[in-house]
Design a protein. Structure first.
Length: 66
């Protein structure tokens, strides 16, 4: 995927993974990755969807929940 996001084929729900590297392990890198995922998932805080996020030193995972 050109945006740098990874999708897991087995997951049949809206989700995305943003890989982190050593330079992304700071507040700005995390915000950048989170915003890429948020925009990709078209998450809007006033919708009926919630957002689940898992962060590790290697990646950020996020998925929508309804």
């Amino acid at each position: 995927m050109d945006s740098g996001l990874i999708l897991i084929d087995e997951f049949r729900f809206p989700h995305a993974v943003f890989p982190l590297n050593g330079t992304d392990l700071n507040a700005e890198g995390f915000k950048y990755g989170f915003n890429k995922i948020k925009d990709f998932l078209a998450f809007r805080q006033n919708s009926d969807a919630g957002l689940t996020i898992i962060v590790t030193p290697d990646w950020i995972f996020a998925c929508l929940i309804y």
